[in-house]
Ligand binder design. Structure first.
Ligand code: FMN
Length: 440
């Protein structure tokens, strides 16, 4: 079984969400170990681990930390990205729920490594329960003298604050997150400068995903090299995937990086219910180009997915079975991005609702000859032409659905209706329930 338990080994144990329970399991031992090392040694350990960011882009974590300017008098900030709004992705909220102190320990080690005395955890507005859990854990850790004016008794202050967003997908993009934290509208900034040089309040800032930071204690505990050896040459360790859609046992699983999508669907998640076959798998969240059933033997890993034109993204695996209409899924995804476009860049603001409208017309049997070419052309007018990657995130999946399931798109056009009998065609709506509710 390709399941792993590096990050999740203590999840679900009674009382482990409390400070006492976490410490009984050795919790905060990695922080104490880190505090015996110089900050640069901690950064080197994380570099050796080959840990790559779990928020979507997969950037090497230790390398990112080393981009902070040296000998800079400005304060440094750590921002923890828990916006988690990508349809299909639901693992960060579990990290917080199952083991809030694990995340706090990762934050504290990172803050020590990068010299930050303030950390902000930015949570998606709907995660009020997780915010309460984390705030309770912060209070416990402060009272115990782990956090606060003296980090574990050291002459190093660290305060951690939880901030709830107002429910905008774009605020997961790191610079929009910083704008939002500063109290402004969540519009992405032009890069460069990157946050490491000019981030929160114009100061050097590291933005890391919740799972990325929750992994750091395990790296300190086992050593970077051992952690790296669990993964592939370029991607160290293990990762969480959140699996939903047409499987018997959906949920959050920790996998080794050589695990294939076939293993995820069949061995880990118990296969497709009702004896139906897999038609497609979205490998890393709604923005990642869909895989066909013939591509299921690829590993759920950054390089392997890149080699076949897709992405590992944020680990949101959505399984679609043979009864699902691909035009409807593409429309559902396009509606989400049209709704969530911040409107700053014209290709994204105008192009995303236009794509959604064409897909809707196809699904409702109202599309015109030439609409498939228009749709493909639109994806090309958005890709790479926006300030932040939301435009790409919208265009890539639409293009992949169109290219890989062209026959279904043509059938919609030819028959002037959706050839899938309802209610099965509507399964696509359930998959991303709540995502995008506009006119498109
Ligand atoms: C539109 C958009 C939404 C994003 N949403 C998230 C998110 O919810 N959580 C997250 O960690 N990263 C998200 N990202 C990626 C962040 O910009 C950033 O790369 C990440 O937080 C860095 O952390 P990591 O290196 O630990 O992955 C998003 C990116 C884009 C373009």
């Amino acid at each position: 079984m390709p399941l792993a338990n590096v990050l999740t080994n203590h999840w679900g144990e009674p009382g482990v969400d409390t400070l006492a329970g976490y410490q009984q399991r050795g919790g905060y031992g990695s922080l104490r170990k880190a505090l015996e090392l110089a900050p640069a040694q901690v950064v080197d350990e994380v570099k050796r681990s080959n840990l790559r960011g779990r928020g979507g882009a997969g950037f090497p974590t230790g390398l990112k930390w080393s981009f902070l300017p040296k000998d800079d008098p400005r304060p440094r900030y750590l921002c923890v990205n828990g916006d988690e709004s990508e349809p299909g992705t639901f693992k960060d909220r579990y990290c917080i729920e199952k083991s809030p102190h694990q995340l706090l320990e990762g934050i504290a080690i990172t803050a020590w490594a990068i010299g930050a005395h303030t950390a902000y955890v930015y949570l998606r507005g709907e995660l009020a329960t997780q915010a309460r859990i984390l705030e309770r854990a912060i209070d416990e850790a402060r009272e115990a003298g782990i956090l606060g004016p003296k980090l574990c008794g050291r002459d190093f202050a660290l305060e951690v604050h939880v901030h709830l967003g107002a429910g905008a997908y774009i605020c997961g993009e790191e610079t929009a997150l910083l704008e939002s934290l500063e109290g402004k509208k969540g519009w992405p900034r032009l890069k460069p400068p990157f946050p490491a040089v000019s981030g929160l309040f114009g100061c050097p800032t590291i933005v890391n995903n919740v799972e990325t930071l929750a992994t750091v204690p395990a790296i300190l505990a086992m050593g970077g090299e051992r952690y790296a050896a669990l993964g592939t040459e370029k991607s160290g360790g293990t990762r969480l995937v959140s699996v939903s859609g047409a499987v018997r046992k959906p949920g959050v699983y920790e996998i080794t990086l050589d695990t294939t999508f076939r293993q995820i669907v069949e061995e880990i998640c118990g296969g497709v219910p009702g004896g139906r076959k897999v038609k497609a798998v979205i490998p890393g969240g709604s923005s990642c180009p869909v895989l066909t059933a013939e591509q299921l033997d690829v590993a759920a890993e950054y390089e392997a997915l890149k080699a076949i034109g897709s992405m590992a993204g944020s680990g949101g695996v959505v399984v679609l079975d043979e009864s699902t209409c691909m035009v409807r899924v593409a429309w559902r995804i396009a509606r989400f991005y049209a709704e969530e476009s911040c409107g700053q860049c014209t290709p994204c603001r105008e192009g995303t609702p236009w794509m959604a409208r064409i897909l809707r017309h196809l699904e409702e049997g109202r599309a015109a000859e030439g609409d498939l070419a228009l749709l493909k052309g639109l994806t090309g007018s958005i890709l790479g032409r926006t300030l932040c990657p939301l435009g790409d995130a919208a265009a890539m999946p639409v293009r992949a659905f169109l290219d890989k399931f062209r026959a279904e798109f043509e059938a919609h056009l030819r028959e002037r209706r959706c050839p899938f009998p309802h209610p099965w065609g509507e399964q696509a709506d359930e998959l991303f329930a709540g995502a995008g509710r506009g006119e498109t």
